[in-house]
Design a protein around this ligand. Structure first.
Ligand SMILES: [Zn+2]
Length: 164
């Protein structure tokens, strides 16, 4: 199981889950991969995880909106204009909704392995077991060990269900 940060032609950033890196290439080639925000199938791997609070994103958002007041970067950090706050709130709501959708997707399509995630991910990585989609919990130590071994995996913020 690999999680990629993806970016569409219009700059929307979202995460995509794949059994392996080949699956990503295949889905892009067949245009099976579409941006959840605009439906664009021109999707590529992004270098950065979505970070709605980053100053970089904030300044980019300001330049994209001609009507927004222009604020120097230094001032933006201490006193963001109300319009930027509204935008950030909307973006956050969108992101939370997206994470909920992703959680449902993961629960439907992946096997829950609980605290054995590190063991199972390792087995899949070394071909000791069939490739399959799994999710579960890993301690920071286990996460570090997996990274050291080159096991590909992703961490996602786990959103609580609204109905629980
Ligand atoms: Zn898009």
């Amino acid at each position: 199981m690999i999680v990629y940060d993806l970016r569409c032609a219009k700059g929307h950033v979202f995460e995509g889950w794949f059994p392996d890196s080949m699956a990503f290439d295949k889905q892009v080639k067949r245009k099976h991969l579409a941006c959840p925000a605009c439906g664009s199938t021109k999707v590529d791997k992004a270098m950065m995880a979505p970070n709605i609070a980053s100053p970089k994103k904030k300044s980019r958002a300001a330049t994209e909106t001609p009507t927004a007041p222009t604020v120097p970067d230094a001032a933006a950090d201490t006193a963001a204009p109300p319009v930027a706050l509204d935008r950030a709130k909307r973006e956050t709501a969108k992101y939370v909704k997206f994470l909920k959708t992703m959680r449902e997707h993961v629960e439907k399509n992946c096997d829950y392995v609980g605290e054995k995630f590190a063991d199972e991910a390792r087995k899949i990585h070394y071909g000791e077991t069939d490739k399959r989609n799994i999710y579960g919990e890993a301690s920071p130590d286990e996460t570090r060990a997996l990274k050291d071994e080159g096991v590909e995996f992703g961490a996602i913020p786990w959103i609580k269900r609204s109905d629980s």
